[in-house]
Design a protein around this ligand. Sequence first.
Ligand code: PMP
Length: 352
Amino acid sequence: MTLPGPRPDLGLREGYHSPQVEVPVRLNTNESPLPPPPEWRARLAEEADRIEWNRYPDRQATELRRALARFHRVRPEQVFCANGSNEVLQSLCLAYGGPGRCVATFEPTYALHAHIAHLTATEVVEGRRRADFSLDLDEVRDVVAAREPVITFLCSPNNPTGLVDDPASVRAVLDAAPGLVVVDEAYGQFADWSALSLVDDSVPLVVTRTFSKTWSMAAARLGYLVGPAGVVANLERVALPYHLDSFKQVAGRVALEFVGQMEERVALIVRERQRILSAMGPLAVTAWPSQSNFILFRPETRKGDEVWTALLDQGVLVRDTSSWPGLAGCLRVTVGTPEENDAFLDALREAL
Ligand code: PMP
């Protein structure tokens, strides 16, 4: 007997995985190095005790969406939640993509935008960013005019470059793009500008966010978007019934009671990011000025993959991005605790 093969259009695309090696200093997946506040754990335990485990969860995630709406000063109908922002992106592709439709990405950018589009049988049209990784608006206009993508993906701060698309660029993309513009703001709180201020029911813009980074809750798998109520209604049509479990809904809602602590963590990471960038100044690397919780850099005297191995030999795991489009020789390091960042800087000096 032979097993059936998968859909032929899945091809041999590799997933987006970083090796999870057991090392003392893990700076490869842009997680928060700090746990959420202990008060959050206590409140979550209290609320979890009240969950009716024999019942399906609230399908509308009413209280969580209300809390997010208050936080962002929008209406609950303008908020869609899912299991991580990756699932939000997947819901967008399921609702708006599919055979005969395409999405546009501008490389280098977050690999999952193209990957998720492929998984939903949506064609991907790849534009390019400039050599300095800024958005090339002429390229954007050419790509969207030629191919009319149903979704144009931006990522701000962009993973893996850490650069932000400025308000004028996002407005220009909105003017040019015929379909939805999705601004992936998984790292939005680390930056000094957010596209959330442009969201309106009459504007074809959605902004995606996550609890995985700034909220120190990667284990919870919770993400959301803010956008026009009409878009949210379409996303609800593709979400599986009860896709968001009760515990997760409570975890997110309770997290929003601790905004101050979240902001303190973000401030620490931003300070540490600047400290790492300053320390890299005299080293033989090119580092890009990040507005996120990671830094892209290129060693100038040794190959990127050699430096990656030399760091690993010293117990420091970073992301090897050297084979990604437009990123030859580059590595990406997540900002960790002050001690982890010192370990990284010592190992980097040694490796170079
Ligand atoms: N968007 C970007 C740009 C990311 O870097 C990530 C995490 N790697 C995600 C979305 C997905 O985050 P999550 O599914 O954990 O919310």
